[in-house]
Design a protein around this ligand. Structure first.
Ligand SMILES: Cc1cc2nc3c(=O)[nH]c(=O)nc-3n(C[C@H](O)[C@H](O)[C@H](O)COP(=O)(O)O)c2cc1C
Length: 271
């Protein structure tokens, strides 16, 4: 299968940063356990620390397979596909670590102003091997935009938690104490164990903090408003690729200036 590398090669870094979606595959150790593949993404959730370490902000979903499998055995593979431009498939094989919402490790990477609505954990992955292959069979898809549905729904869940906190109705960390349409209740009712009964979220529901964002549901498929997109890091302003492009531009301009100065100096000396 294609080429293998011991770390993420530099040519892959800016390409990975441009991807709008990725997939994670994990599995329990049990021979009859359920192997899982999950779609992950939404703009600005995947981060590259260096060529051996990456992390992503894990948004709450109806299941908790990835977190449970990582707690049990740590094995994970992240897959990216090129749907635009030159064909490519890249896999990051590694060991993943879970840091739930509200833990010191989570707070360090995602302080309140950076956390996205519905965010439940940080998954840090130590990359052990990288595989790249041709991707000739992956079809072209034109990216039209992210749906705003996820953040709308998650914000409403968090708003329910916030209202209960403000009304001081939460008296304990028991499921019955949290509003039924809130995220903290959802953590306990849907995200506390995998389909094979492995442990999922354990402490996220204890965190008395919610994103105070309410997003209007404008359409099923649509782009977010400019200010909200910026707030959620979905406007592309944080792209490493953009920074690299700017550096390339600055280097080119600097080169042209130096070449002009040098040729002028040469002309003056010749006279
Ligand atoms: C673009 C995108 C769309 C998603 N749509 C759904 C969805 O419709 N329903 C859902 O339960 N999870 C959805 N998810 C969540 C994940 O695919 C995944 O099922 C969830 O995070 C649970 O992950 P886990 O089982 O690996 O822990 C979506 C995620 C992304 C990135």
């Amino acid at each position: 299968m294609g080429n293998f590398h011991d770390e993420i090669p530099s040519f892959l870094i800016s390409w990975i940063q441009k991807q709008e979606v990725f997939w994670v595959a994990t599995s329990p150790l049990s021979a009859d356990g359920h192997v899982n593949v999950s779609t992950k993404g939404l703009k600005g959730t995947f981060h590259i620390i260096d060529s051996k370490r990456v992390w992503y902000e894990d948004l709450t979903g109806s299941g908790v397979e990835t977190i449970s499998h990582l707690r049990e055995n740590g094995r994970i593979t992240v897959l990216f596909n090129a749907f635009e431009g030159p064909p490519r498939i890249a896999r990051l094989f590694g060991r993943g670590f879970v840091h739930e919402f509200g833990t010191p490790e989570y707070n360090e990477l995602l302080p309140p102003d950076l956390r996205k609505p519905g965010s439940r954990a940080v998954i840090i992955i130590d990359v052990e091997k990288v595989g790249t292959s041709c991707g000739y069979g992956v079809p072209f898809f034109e990216f039209k935009g992210h749906r705003d549905t996820y953040y709308n729904v998650a914000s409403r869940f968090e708003q329910a938690d916030l209202a209960a906190q403000q009304e001081d109705t939460i008296k304990s960390a028991d499921i019955d104490s949290f509003p039924q349409k809130g995220l903290r209740h959802y953590f306990l009712s849907h995200n506390s164990s995998s389909i094979d009964g492995l442990v999922g979220l354990t402490v996220a529901h204890e965190t008395p903090r919610a994103c105070n964002i309410i997003v209007k549901e404008k359409s099923q498929i649509g782009r977010l408003s400019t200010s909200l997109a910026k707030r959620l890091g979905m406007d592309g302003s944080n792209d490493l690729s953009k920074i690299l492009d700017l550096r390339f531009l600055a280097g080119t301009i600097m080169g042209l200036v130096l070449a002009t100065l040098y040729s002028r100096m040469f002309t003056v000396l010749k006279c």
